[in-house]
Design a binder for this molecule. Structure first.
Ligand code: PLP
Length: 370
C-alpha cells in the first residue's frame, strides 16, 4: 500500500466530493436557463455558494467561482492594477507561489515596480518592512496566508490592517490555508482572498476568489455569469464538489493532523541527527513539515522513499521536477538542496507516520555512507 504524504501538491478526492459532483452530472442543467432544469441547477449553485461562504465567514455574493488558485491570484492582482492604472507599484514577498511570482515578473516587464519582501531564517515576514514598502503608488499588496513549502503562516490579519490603513488594496493567497485553519473574513479586512479546491479534497480545476462587497473588480473573462465578474458557464459539478469539500473542512479535526505532523518531526529529529526542520520557529499550518538532510540530495531521498511506496516532495509540485533548489528555502537561508516536504491530510493515519519513521533513518544513513 502506498503512503501519500504530498497533500500540499494535491489531495485525495473525498468520496463526499465525488458524490456531489456526480449528482450534478445527472442533474445537468445550466444555471442561466429559466426552465426547470436550469432552476434546479441555479438552486444547487446558490446552495454551494452559501456553503463556501460559510467556511470563510463571508457573504455568498462576495464569492466568484474560478478554475484554480492561480486564476484567483491573477484575477485579484491584475484586476487591482486595472482598477488603478495610475498606480505602478506592487508589493508581495519573495516566498510566494510561482503563480504570483511569475505574474509580478510579467508586470515588472511591463514597467511596474515590484517590491519582493524578504523573510527571516524561520520564513517570517517583517511587518515594519511591509508597512514601509506601501506608498501612494502601490496598486495592491499580495501576501500568501500559509506557505506551500514550509507551512509558515504570515500574519494576514495585521498585514491586511496595515494595507487598509495606508489606503492600499490587499489580497491574500489562501490556497494552503483554507480548510486547514480558521479563516474569518468578517474580522480580517482583506479585499481579496483566493483558494483552490484540489488542496482540500475537491477535484482539480476548481477554486474561488473572495471579493469584498463594494469592490468593482474587472473580470479576466467577460460574460454575464458570476454577476459579470467571471464569464463562462459555471462548472457546477466542480462547484458542488468544492462546496462539499468546504463542508468537510468545517468538520475537520485539524488537531489530529497536527499531532501526526508533530510525531513525524519529533521522530525524525530523534532518529536522524542531521535533520533540520525548516520554519520550526514560526507559526505553521499543522499538516506541513519541511526537513533538510545535510548534504544529501533531495532527489536521492525521494527516489528511495518512492521505492518503498512513500510519496513526498522536494517542494512545490510544479518545480519538483526541475533541478532548481526551492526559492522559498533559499530566501530563508536553509539547506534547500536536501529538503523534503511531507504534507499530511485528513486521510493520513498513524501507521503511515510509523512506517515513514521506520524507513527514513536507514535510507538517510545509507545515502550518507555513499
Ligand atoms: N498558491 C499556493 C500557495 C499554492 O500552493 C498553489 C498550488 O500549489 C497555488 C497557489 C495554485 O493553485 P492551483 O493549483 O489551484 O492553480
Amino acid at each position: 500500500m502506498s503512503i501519500y504524504l504530498d497533500s500540499n501538491a494535491t489531495t485525495q478526492v473525498a468520496k463526499e466530493c465525488v458524490q456531489a459532483l456526480l449528482e450534478c452530472m445527472e442533474d445537468f442543467g445550466n444555471p442561466s436557463s429559466t426552465h426547470l432544469f436550469g432552476q434546479a441547477a441555479k438552486k444547487r449553485l446558490m446552495d454551494a455558494r452559501a456553503q463556501v461562504a460559510a467556511l470563510l465567514s463571508a457573504s455568498p455574493q462576495e464569492l466568484v467561482f474560478t478554475s484554480s488558485g492561480t486564476e484567483g491570484n491573477h484575477m485579484a492582482i491584475r484586476g487591482a492594477c486595472a482598477m488603478h492604472p495610475e498606480k505602478r507599484h506592487v508589493v508581495t514577498s519573495r516566498v510566494e507561489h510561482p503563480s504570483t511570482l511569475s505574474l509580478v515578473a510579467h508586470l515588472e516587464a511591463q514597467g511596474y515596480r515590484v517590491t519582493l519582501l524578504d523573510v527571516d531564517e524561520n520564513g517570517n515576514l517583517d511587518l515594519d518592512a511591509f508597512e514601509n514598502s506601501i506608498n501612494d503608488e502601490t496598486a495592491i499588496a499580495s501576501l500568501m496566508w500559509a506557505n506551500n513549502e514550509t507551512g509558515v503562516i504570515f500574519p494576514i490579519m495585521d498585514a491586511a490592517k496595515i494595507a487598509k490603513s495606508k489606503g492600499c488594496l490587499f489580497h491574500t493567497d489562501a490556497v494552503q490555508a483554507a480548510g486547514k485553519m480558521e479563516i474569518d473574513l468578517s474580522s480580517v479586512p482583506a479585499d481579496f482572498l483566493s483558494f483552490s479546491g484540489h488542496k482540500m479534497h475537491a477535484p482539480k480545476g476548481m477554486g474561488a476568489l473572495f471579493v469584498r462587497k463594494g469592490i468593482k473588480l474587472p473580470p479576466l473573462f467577460f460574460g454575464h455569469q458570476e454577476r459579470g465578474r467571471r464569464g463562462g458557464t459555471e462548472n457546477l459539478p466542480g462547484i458542488a464538489a468544492l462546496a462539499a469539500a468546504c463542508r468537510l473542512a468545517m468538520e475537520a479535526d485539524a488537531g489530529r493532523i497536527t499531532a501526526l505532523r508533530n510525531k513525524l518531526e519529533e521522530g525524525v529529529v530523534a532518529r536522524i541527527d542531521i535533520a533540520r526542520i525548516n520554519g520550526v520557529g514560526a507559526d505553521r499550518v499543522g499538516n506541513t513539515s519541511n526537513v533538510s538532510f545535510g548534504n544529501i540530495e533531495s532527489e536521492a531521498i525521494l527516489t528511495d522513499l518512492d521505492r518503498e511506496g512513500i510519496c513526498a516532495s522536494s517542494g512545490a509540485a510544479c518545480t519538483a521536477g526541475g533541478s532548481e533548489p526551492s526559492h522559498v528555502l533559499r530566501a530563508m537561508g536553509a539547506q534547500a538542496g536536501s529538503a523534503i516536504r511531507f504534507s499530511l491530510s485528513r486521510y493520513t493515519q498513524d501507521e503511515d507516520i510509523e512506517k515513514l519513521l521506520g524507513i527514513l533513518p536507514g535510507l538517510v544513513e545509507k545515502r550518507r555512507m555513499q
